[in-house]
Design a protein around this ligand. Sequence first.
Ligand SMILES: Cc1ncc(COP(=O)(O)O)c(C=O)c1O
Length: 373
Amino acid sequence: MIDRAVRPELGAMVRPLHGGDVWDNPDVNDYSSNVNPLGPPPRLKDYINEAASDLHCYPDDCCARLKEAISSRYGVGMENIIVGAGSAELIRLFPEVFISPGDKVVMPRPTFAEYAFGCRLMGARLVDHVLPEEHDFALDVAELAAKLDGAKAVYICNPNNPTSRMVSRRDLLDLVAEAARKETLVFLDETLLELSSRSKELSLVQEVEGHENLFIIRSFTKSFAMPGLRVGYGFGPKAMLRYIDTARLTWNLGTIEQRVATRLMEEEQGHVERAVKMLEGEKRRMHARVESMMGKVPLPDSYFFFAPLGSLGISSTEFRRHMLHHGILVRDCSSFGGCCSNYTRFCIKTPDLNDEFLDALSCAVDDIAQGRS
Ligand SMILES: Cc1ncc(COP(=O)(O)O)c(C=O)c1O
């Protein structure tokens, strides 16, 4: 009976898979999720303790203080800001507000699985835009724009998860303008941009009020290495955010999350900047070493690697198992579909940890060459 009662969209769906599954592998060094390699700011625990008063009251449903902090950091009006329990909540909310059954949604592939999941849940008709493996998965914006006729929305992740490729500001603005002409909404995920050295140059956050079709998400998760506290935020034109804010869950952010995130936004930007500097240097150092063991690997645009496994002759799932054997968790990319089962994704951390990673990689490559399982 339940199978007949469930909404047809949900019947055939399975939950998306993600990296960071350390709860099954407690002693590993986690290279499968892309968070700030310096860890959370050292004062995070103080902020949490200080925030723990007033839990007998409901949280501020408007998140006013946090929005003020975001507003002054980005120079964007408070009415252009929404906050969520992780950017994951905003990814789910967007199709709940704008997608009706049968709506066409254009989705680059591969990309973060939650977008398609949220759209499918609302009955969207997804049109894939397959990113070309032969061009290192670079997004050709003109080709994407050519698919927008009759589309309700198009998704872009910049930099893209899992490919680590970035799209230029010019290309993004062209796409947003073309989408506006076709009455298509643009969902732009910048959650991975803040830890990239080109964040200021590529971000469209300051553009939202001038573009009626643009919605952007960001997150505290990556920048402050705190996936365990759920805080994300989004930017959009007032007219759009009015609807998204109406639809969101009441009290979606607890008092601790609101207060901690406000302190981080106001006082800990230096922590993010230090990480960005370190990641840039480590990326080049790691790239040379990784290529010497894995053959040709594209230099990531961003701060995580998407590396082909062709020269090792094994699948993403097998590679993950080999690395786990040496204490390192990497992302099994098979769930991204298509050719991704021939790629692995791993992040960049501090020099010491990266040395451990490179030693483990060398052992794993040796195991594979020797046929050890
Ligand atoms: C590209 C991208 N966007 C959004 C998210 C969701 O992050 P959070 O809900 O922690 O903000 C993730 C998490 O892995 C991600 O990789």
